[in-house]
Write a protein that binds this ligand. Structure first.
Ligand code: GLV
Length: 316
């Protein structure tokens, strides 16, 4: 039997440019290997799968798999798999470059909202030089739900901008002196009631699915801003729409949706107070993530446990 390293690749796109990019970047780090499409017959020899949103059931057919690497920070796209090979470790990308990108996306949306960017752009289109009273943001209470690698960067950047930042995690944690830590369902309710700006960066798990519902939106201070860079299914979209239409929420900025691409007929498109981004807040960057991918592969081939392991029971 040959011990040739075979990596099965899938990114849900018909374009092979990204696959070629990964191959080129991994070659100097790994030496010789063969990269094949996940759906090709040759994938059945693969020890490694590098994938985003693979067709359900395909990974289960790859009996030689030792490692499945998510091509993103989220792994919910793998969790719908009924039979992931038990012998395979699963890792997700934890790339500081993506945390940086996502934190900038959050900051952009928060500042645009409070500095009334949309209104001033509309005035500009009319050549109207109108000044509105400035909305005070010093010490504005912001909640960041999900304090993993990305959430902590967002929280500290927002604290640096003078916001009063509160971080929520599932279990008790400490995030240093600049960020007040909350946890569990009581902590969650406290934050929804007191913060004026809410940033969701949570992973999608059975506990977070449908978490942001009418009850939660109604518990927020009137006019609150809701930002979702987590997953669309964490939000009951009809409830968010109702909260925006009634003015209970002052605005929402969304990068993720229950169904992507967001269908043409979706009512979110018609709401000027919902800013829509097509899942671009933090795109996987092979240039910065290749080293982590190579190191996970090298560890597993050496019989070691790779970093950033996904806990299947926890769901992320
Ligand atoms: C993007 O949404 C990711 O999970 O990396």
């Amino acid at each position: 039997m040959s011990s040739e390293l075979v990596i099965a690749y899938y990114d849900a796109s018909p374009d092979t440019t990204r696959q070629e990019r990964w191959q080129a970047l991994l070659t100097p780090l790994l030496g010789t290997f063969r990269m094949v499409g996940l759906l090709d017959a040759a994938a059945e020899q693969a020890q490694i799968a590098l994938v985003w949103s693979p067709p359900t059931g395909r990974l289960a057919q790859l009996s030689a798999l030792k490692l499945i690497i998510s091509l993103g920070q989220g792994v919910d796209h793998l969790m719908r798999e009924p039979d992931l090979p038990k012998s395979a470790h699963i890792v997700r990308l934890v790339d500081p470059n993506m945390s940086h990108a996502l934190s900038q996306w959050v900051i952009l949306n928060i500042l645009d909202h409070y500095r009334e960017g949309r209104l001033y752009r509309a005035y500009r289109a009319e050549k109207a030089f109108i000044q509105r009273p400035q909305i005070e943001t010093a010490d504005l209470p912001v909640a960041v739900y999900g304090m993993g690698a990305i959430g902590q960067v967002i929280a500290s950047q927002l604290a640096g901008l003078g916001f009063d930042v509160h971080g929520w995690s599932r279990t008790k944690r400490d995030f240093g002196s600049q960020i007040t830590a909350y946890h569990g369902s009581d902590g969650f309710r406290q934050l929804t009631q007191t913060c004026r700006c809410h940033v969701c960066i949570l992973p999608l798990t059975p506990e977070t699915e449908g978490l942001f519902s009418a009850e939660i939106f109604n518990s927020m201070p009137t006019g609150a801003l809701f930002i979702n860079g987590g997953r669309g299914k964490q939000v009951v979209e009809a409830d968010l729409l109702a909260a925006i239409r009634s003015g209970q929420l002052g605005g929402a900025a969304l990068d993720v949706f229950a169904v992507e691409p967001l269908p043409d007929s979706h009512p979110f498109w018609d709401e000027p107070n919902i800013t829509i981004w097509p899942h671009v807040a933090a795109q996987t960057n092979p240039e910065t993530a290749a080293r982590q991918v190579a190191s996970a592969i090298t560890s597993v081939l050496a019989g070691k446990t790779p970093d950033n392991l996904v806990d299947l029971a926890r769901g992320y």
